[in-house]
Design a protein around this ligand. Sequence first.
Ligand code: HEM
Ligand code: MG
Length: 250
Amino acid sequence: NHHRWIAPGKNDFRSPCPGLNTLANHGFISRDGRNITIPMVVKATDGKTKVAPGVIHGIGGLTTTFESDLQQPNAPDSFTLDDLKLHGTIEHDASFSRSDNALGDNLHFNSTVFNSTFLQSNLSPDVYDTTSVGQIMQERLALAKQANPHLVNTVKERQSQLLEASLFLSVMGDPRTGVAPKKQETGINSSHLRFVHIFFREERLPLEEGWKRSPYSTNTASLAKLMEQLDKASQTKGPWLPSSLLTCPW
Ligand code: HEM
Ligand code: MG
């Protein structure tokens, strides 16, 4: 099968984004992670995940902007997946599944980071939703602050995190409700049945486990609704405050 999952080879580029890496691992964008354009990503995400083109253009616009400004003035329309690790552009601290730039590796899946919050999340045993993921965001930020005194988490990074959380809940679950199964209802208890875990850990579409592309579109309105729920659910232990206020010398 042309679109079967294949792990990246050692000369293939990957990104800090599990979504784009999944598309590359299935060959919906180039498996080598090179010469990626936003129209390619739009086509791949629309076909495979029903994320609206406007959303991808929104995120992708940032990519080509920093690319043309900072990296390859002669090739502003395409990028490599590896380019996306440039810290402070889209890439930010306190990611769900990656360590912080200041701590060394902001690119690769890090099971210690991922497990530190996702495996403790027992709010509801069978699904992830905006409540449990909001709690994960809160815990992850607290842990990241302890680990990295240089952590940056301003409104910009906060909005990215809320968007990314909404994106994985929408793509692995239902974009209308933000509910994503941890395991198949009829399945035997097996970590291989956990859509969200498979998405992050293997950067794979859990097709064999029963995942299907949602018939409902993930668009700016559906994402905004989930982002608002996540925003609330991630402030049960106190209001979110931008990191720069905490470190502001004045
Ligand atoms: C991060 C999902 C599209 C660039 C993330 C994260 C998720 C995600 C869940 C957070 C990872 C973590 O915190 O560990 C998706 C999905 C997409 C999508 C489901 C579409 C189907 C895109 C596009 C771009 C992009 C179009 C840019 C061209 C990034 C970057 C990060 C990221 C640079 C790293 C941010 C960070 O955690 O530091 N994405 N994404 N993503 N995404 Fe995507
Ligand atoms: Mg990051």
